[in-house]
Design a protein around this ligand. Structure first.
Ligand SMILES: NC(=O)C1=CN([C@@H]2O[C@H](COP(=O)(O)OP(=O)(O)OC[C@H]3O[C@@H](n4cnc5c(N)ncnc54)[C@H](O)[C@@H]3O)[C@@H](O)[C@H]2O)C=CC1
Ligand SMILES: O=C(O)[C@@H]1CCC=N1
Length: 269
């Protein structure tokens, strides 16, 4: 398989991927991008030295098409693309909720489709991309998707039936941590700390905790117990978290995100 890759609908996720591919050594001359607005196309050309083309031109010229428009825009994009996509193309969707069958029904018979759920830490090469094969995608197609998305972080293959859950955990996941940092920084203000110091303390606690979760090999419960001294400060905070149902709130929140991913399946949202 040749390596010409096109990113169609280059917004936040498309640009995160594009920039990571270039950082990871992908030649800009092997990349094509499309954007709806001419100013956006000019910006991408200038910043990354890539060629910007129409969606139809991308479909003809690239071997792999990565579709990173909003789920609600996917139908329009596919209407525009479908007549121009030869059956030997690999089509990768980065959209939440939309199943591979949606693309297979609208593209030439036997088109290989791969569904990927990335996340925004791809911008700092700490992304997670969850990858599933459509009906006609082979191991080689999955490996090609891993080769692309692996430039911006880790990848994980899952059956497509798990994609909505993975979207709730991983695609949306960074937002929950930002939300927690925002709330804990407010707590710092309440406790009389300047906002910048409160922010720095909480962000470093988050980074330290994340690295320990990744590298220590310890279960999160054990790591939390190590912080929680008998009759100490932490257990008072934990009791309040439990009293306020934070664990149940998180479970309900992720279930709601999973349900919304399912609702997006039609592309109409
Ligand atoms: N933002 C996130 O954290 C994540 C987003 N996603 C998925 O990635 C996709 C994109 O999300 P964002 O990057 O956040 O949205 P975005 O709005 O930043 O990017 C979408 C881009 O597509 C362009 N576009 C729309 N229709 C087009 C067309 N017909 N031709 C060319 N360009 C077109 C828009 O102008 C926009 O720049 C969505 O499907 C979303 O579900 C997946 C994982 C994480
Ligand atoms: O909120 C959303 O729909 C997108 C998909 C996962 C993260 N952001």
């Amino acid at each position: 398989m040749t390596q010409k890759v096109a990113v169609l609908g280059t917004g936040k996720i498309g640009e995160a991927l594009l920039s990571g591919m270039i950082r990871g050594g992908w030649s800009p001359s092997d990349l094509l991008v499309t954007a709806r607005r001419p100013e956006r196309a000019a910006q991408l050309r200038e910043k990354y030295g890539v060629e910007t083309v129409s969606n139809a031109e991308a479909a003809k010229a690239a071997d792999t098409l990565i579709l990173t428009v909003k789920p609600q825009d996917m139908g329009t994009l596919l209407d525009e693309l479908a007549p121009h996509v030869p059956a030997d193309r690999l089509v990768i969707s980065g959209a939440a909720g939309i199943p591979t069958s949606y693309f297979e029904e609208r593209l030439a018979a036997d088109t290989a489709v791969v569904r990927v759920m990335p996340n925004t830490p791809a911008l700092v090469d700490e992304g997670m991309s969850v990858i599933s094969a459509g009906t006609h995608a082979t191991d080689e197609h999955l490996a090609h998707a891993e080769e692309i998305f692996g430039r911006v972080g880790k990848t994980l293959r899952v059956p497509e039936s798990q994609q909505d859950a993975c979207t709730a955990l991983s695609g949306s996941g960074p937002a929950y941590f930002y939300f927690l940092v925002e709330a804990m920084t407010d707590a710092g203000i309440l406790l009389g700390l300047p906002r910048d110091k409160a922010h720095d303390l909480i962000v470093q606690a988050a980074i330290g905790a994340a690295v320990m979760l990744r590298d220590s090999g310890e279960h999160p419960v054990k790591l939390r117990e190590n912080v929680t001294s008998p009759a100490g400060t932490t257990i008072n905070a934990i009791r309040e978290l439990e009293n306020h149902g934070v664990r149940a709130a998180l479970i309900a929140a992720l279930e709601a995100a999973r349900d919304r991913s399912r609702e997006l399946a039609s592309g109409n949202g």
